[in-house]
Design a protein around this ligand. Sequence first.
Ligand SMILES: Nc1ncnc2c1ncn2[C@@H]1O[C@H](COP(=O)(O)OP(=O)(O)O)[C@@H](O)[C@H]1O
Ligand SMILES: [Mg+2]
Length: 400
Amino acid sequence: MTADDERENSPGGYGTPEDDQGFYASYESKEILGSGLASTVRRCIEKGSGASFAVKIVDVSTEKQSDKDARRLYEETISEVKILRQLAGHPSIIAIHDFFETPSFLFTVFEMAPKGELFDQLNATVTLTEKKAKRLMKQLFEGVKYMHENRIVHRDLKLENILCIDDERIVISDFGFAMILPDEKLLKDLCGTPGYLAPETLRCQMYEDAKGYGLEVDQWALGVILYTFLAGYAPFYHRRQLMMMRLIQEGRFEFRREQWDSITSECKELVSLLLTVDVAKRITAAEALRHPWMAGVGEAVVIEQRKTRKSDKRRLFRHAIIWVRFFIRLSNYRKFSQVIDRDAVKKRPFRDREIRHEAESAMFCVYGHWVNRGFHYSRDMLFANAPRPKHKREATVQSG
Ligand SMILES: Nc1ncnc2c1ncn2[C@@H]1O[C@H](COP(=O)(O)OP(=O)(O)O)[C@@H](O)[C@H]1O
Ligand SMILES: [Mg+2]
């Protein structure tokens, strides 16, 4: 049951378009952008300005959930609003615009991220170039640096919680698990998403005397994100979750040759510094911004302009090379274009690159990670993973 369904079922206690106060007095609600277990995010239009925003509607009624769950959701949302107000103004953090409360529902109005989740953007391209990854990581490091300076830990950094404003600008969102950490205080509770969990978070679940975890869990998650940008699959994955937890605890991941041979050693070094098990040695977001791999991000365009002005001859030469390359590719394309043999595809579907690419994209989209990409394809892996909530919901609607 989503907040949206609830609206149809319980007219009382919920702000309606006729209200002269509350959310519906100022906004017109539009299509669904995403939904979680107890929340729905919709596009909405501010009546006064005509501008688009995104509203997260959280169901805090106790009709369909226990008092405890309703209370927890209420507290998480209020905390998210408080934290986002504290962080307001940073370009890498989603801006909060408005907040409304009724006895059954909470409405948080955010700046609109028209390009949706980074997860879906990455799914379309599979991997990113180092140059692009650098530009995105710079924004993430800056956002996390700012959060950490404010003693705020996010605890659920992942591709689904990073939203795209346009092709270049991204923002960190979903501060539902975020916390303000007083100096020296450590946390113990388990929250986050399996593939992104830091070893110290897992240790708290296994040992009574574990120390707890702090801000550094966000740096670990950024390491998982950077690795995924370049490899197209997550650094820690095993179809048996227990094994996966072990890989994380030991910080055991590899730079497989197929994907990582062409990646610079500075980049691999930064991944390793982020995915460092020893919390004291793990690189901070502020330090990562000064790492050699990050040098010169954002200056590329300026340098390019300067160069072209310097020498027109060089520009002409470069254009000539591009044209020559284009004609070589064109002739190769004719030579290599081939008809796919249907029987051969039936026997070994993953042999064809195009088909493999499509299949991998579909798996990534449904399960949130590659299903042993580029390795052996194993069907039981598909069933070992739960689809993401938005696909679960579609599946239920279709079958019901
Ligand atoms: N500001 C926004 N602009 C566009 N889409 C959004 C926005 N906020 C959330 N969404 C969509 O809604 C989904 C769920 O929002 P999120 O805040 O992550 O809630 P949950 O706690 O349910 O994960 C996001 O993953 C995204 O697809
Ligand atoms: Mg989320």
